[in-house]
Design a protein around this ligand. Structure first.
Ligand code: NDP
Ligand code: MG
Ligand code: MG
Length: 330
């Protein structure tokens, strides 16, 4: 069993007397900045010039500065802006403000692993990646639970990089739930594969294919929505709590037998072979190359796919049905 690290293995005092600049205040950024500050860490948020988010950061009781100034003041710089913008922001505002002994930190290894950001040799480089969306990172920190995470050391210039990484993970609540050590390569490749093949790409296409099959066969779209999308969460919750075995215990024997005979027809050998190709495209840099180029030319494929998804019947039916689900209302 791989070693897990918990609160007792991490020491927040490592961050005492140090300033942490959290660059970006989006999904991860707001969660890291607020939770670090609540953990007693000296935090400043770095934002692009003219950002409308300055006011929001201050309303949340944090200090915000332009990215270059925040980087200059900080000992530890956590980059939490979108992966595709990190190289430019790093080259323009951060690089020149790094001094020996500083730490450069990421929540995803993409830019370092694929050679976009090449840190100087005299700074510590590590990643702390919570395994969940930023809003859950914050919500579970407040609840006192925390979200599991990964950490990795890319470059240990100070000899104390590991202690800093564990302290940072503690500051955002991850060591309450447990963190495990990985490498930039492993984190980058597995994170991209998970979101592409299973969590996001795999799941959305599975849901839509099931929905389309029922609707095209003449069944009501509302029934298809409940069957293929709504119930997904209920099934996933059972797997989250106790694994696939626990979920199968809860469903009827009819559903379980159907699971056994149909599951492997849907996720068949062709699908598994395609998964291996998706993984290879990640490993050999093809995906990173395409995604970086896509951004350089103004995201035509991304935009077309986003529109297609937004206009799919499942979205219209879902919007209508969810407007009547009182428990979903904020
Ligand atoms: P977001 O898209 O939520 O980041 C938004 C923030 O980045 C905003 O503050 C925005 O500025 C700023 N920003 C956007 N574009 C630029 C730019 N061109 N220049 C400067 N600032 C910019 O990012 P995420 O939180 O989703 O991702 C951050 C990192 O965390 C990534 O490396 C990602 O892979 C990783 N990660 C994300 C997870 C998630 O839950 N989303 C999970 C685990 C890791 P403004 O406020 O001015 O609009
Ligand atoms: Mg990811
Ligand atoms: Mg059923």
């Amino acid at each position: 069993m791989v070693q897990m690290y918990y609160d007792k293995d991490a020491n927040l005092e490592v961050l005492q007397g140090k300033k942490v600049a959290v660059i970006g205040y989006g999904s991860q950024g707001h969660a890291h900045a607020q939770s670090l500050q609540d953990s007693g860490v000296d935090v400043v948020v770095g934002l692009r010039p003219g950002s409308s988010t300055f006011k929001k950061v201050e309303a949340d009781g944090l200090k915000a500065l332009p990215i270059d100034e925040a980087s200059k003041q900080a000992d530890i710089i956590m980059i939490l802006i979108p992966d595709e913008n990190q190289k430019e922001i790093y080259d323009t505002y951060i690089k020149e403000n790094l001094v020996a002994g500083n730490s450069l930190v990421f929540a995803h290894g993409f830019n370092v692993h694929f050679g976009q950001i090449v840190p100087p040799a005299d700074v510590d480089v590590f990643l702390v990646a919570p395994k969940g969306p930023g809003h859950m990172v914050r919500r579970l920190y407040i609840d006192g639970v925390g979200i599991p995470g990964l950490f990795a050391i890319y470059q240990d210039a100070s000899g104390k990089c590991r202690d800093k990484a564990l302290a940072y993970a503690k500051g955002i609540g991850c060591t309450r739930a447990g963190v495990l050590e990985t490498t930039f390569k492993e984190e980058t490749e597995t994170d991209l594969f998970g979101e592409q093949a299973v969590l996001c790409g795999g799941m959305t296409e599975l849901v839509r294919a099931g929905f389309d099959t029922l609707v095209e066969a003449g069944y009501k779209p509302e029934i298809a929505y409940f069957e293929c999308l709504h119930e997904m969460k209920l099934i996933v919750d059972l797997m989250y709590e106790g694994g696939i075995h626990n979920m199968r215990y809860s469903i009827s024997d009819t559903a379980e037998y159907g699971d056994f005979v149909a599951g492997k027809r849907i996720i068949n050998d062709d699908v598994r072979a395609e998964m291996k190709k998706v993984l290879r495209d990640i490993q050999d840099g093809t995906f990173a190359y395409n995604w970086l180029l896509e951004n350089k030319v103004g995201r035509p494929r991304y935009s077309a796919a986003k529109n297609e998804g937004r206009n799919h019947l499942i979205e219209q039916v879902g919007e209508e049905l969810r407007s009547k689900m009182a428990w979903l209302k904020k």
